[in-house]
Design a protein around this ligand. Structure first.
Ligand code: 3HC
Length: 311
């Protein structure tokens, strides 16, 4: 009966073990997983646009090859994560419909423009760096398919972060203009990167339940702090300053103090009024419609195959 199933589910979570697709799970657990994993997948797919914008204008063949590999990785991460939602009974076409009609979200970070190639380096360094801080704990998420997808994705994210930081190191050894480009890109991407971790814990309706279910392993503020503590020394090594006069090491806390991000900007971007929201969704909708013939052809081919089998 349901009580027994609930007790078994609770005991599995209690013992820090994995819930697998065929296990009984509370409807709320399934729903919040579909919500989080689908939006994670949407973020990976939309995230291809800001960087894809520079594929044809990379400064060298080497940079183009690296960027191509990274954008292809993001597509793969998205498909991986959509597959994880399908183990929960979600339908990929339905999720794409929800993304395009703004009934589901994608990460706010991808609503900012990539103005020049230094942005490609800063995205690798800060955006993929933040994604790694957020995704490593998800490798221990209580839902098996999600945790396992994260292990593969985190390995590729490390390459994304490294290539970005190396690109910036190269530019910082370049001309004054190149150094100015790196500082300008850092100034533009720092605060939006902090917002990737979500609203402050006091404003996070999902965190408590997601922590109780072992979906999330740390709160939004804990991961944001971890990212800041890790990134400040990297900025020093790079030779750029971070655009927060409130950043200062606090010996008592053993962390960096920092100023409060502008949560009205965060809310505005989530409500669809960021610099690039309309353009990102328009591109995604157009790509979906332009791809209809491929889906039709695949379905027709599958039907023919099935007919041949049944004879
Ligand atoms: N952008 C868009 N929406 C956000 C957001 C952000 N940066 N931060 C929070 N939200 C949304 C949440 O989705 C939630 O809305 P919903 O209930 O409609 O889903 C609402 O704001 C309240 O936030 P909560 O903190 O209560 O929500 P969560 O517990 O889901 O925490 C999260 C938000 C930390 C993003 C969590 O969902 C998470 O860890 N998701 C997996 C990681 C992820 O999605 N990363 C995307 C980054 S991009 C990326 O990974 C690509 C890489 O290659 C760069």
């Amino acid at each position: 009966d349901v009580e027994q199933l609930q007790r078994h589910f609770d005991a599995t979570i209690e013992r820090d073990q994995r819930i697998e697709p065929r296990d009984w799970m509370p409807e709320g657990y399934r729903k919040t997983l579909v919500r989080q994993i689908a939006q994670h997948a949407h973020s990976e797919i939309i995230g291809m646009q800001p960087e894809g914008n520079w594929l044809t204008r990379a400064p060298s063949l080497r940079r183009k090859a690296i960027l191509l590999a990274k954008v292809q990785d993001e597509a793969g991460h998205g498909l991986y994560l959509y597959s994880a939602t399908e183990t929960l009974g979600a339908d990929r076409a339905d999720l794409t419909g929800k993304l395009i009609s703004s009934r589901q979200k994608y990460s706010s970070i991808f609503n900012y423009p990539t103005l020049n190639f230094a942005d490609i380096g800063v995205i690798g360094w800060l955006v993929d760096g933040a994604a790694i801080v957020n995704q490593v704990p998800l490798c221990r998420s209580s839902y098996g398919p999600y945790a396992r997808a994260m292990i593969r994705i985190c390995k590729e994210e490390s390459f994304h972060q490294r290539q970005g930081y190396e690109l910036l190191m190269t530019m910082m050894r370049g001309t004054d203009e190149q150094q100015r480009m790196v500082q300008d890109a850092t100034d533009r991407w720092w605060w939006p990167s902090l917002m990737m971790f979500g609203p402050p814990d006091g404003d996070s309706p999902n965190t408590q339940q997601s922590m109780a279910w072992g979906i999330k392993r740390h709160t939004n503020d804990e991961l944001r702090q971890k990212f800041i503590d890790m990134t400040v020394p990297q900025a020093d090594a790079l030779g750029v300053s971070l655009p927060d006069a409130g950043l200062a090491w606090n010996d008592e806390r053993g962390h960096y103090d920092f100023s409060e991000p502008d949560w009205t900007e965060f809310k505005r971007v989530l409500a669809g009024s960021g610099p690039c929201n309309a353009q990102r969704l328009e591109r995604r909708r157009a790509a979906h419609e332009d791809g209809q013939w491929v889906r039709d052809a695949a379905a027709a081919h599958a039907a023919k195959q099935a007919e041949r089998q049944t004879g």
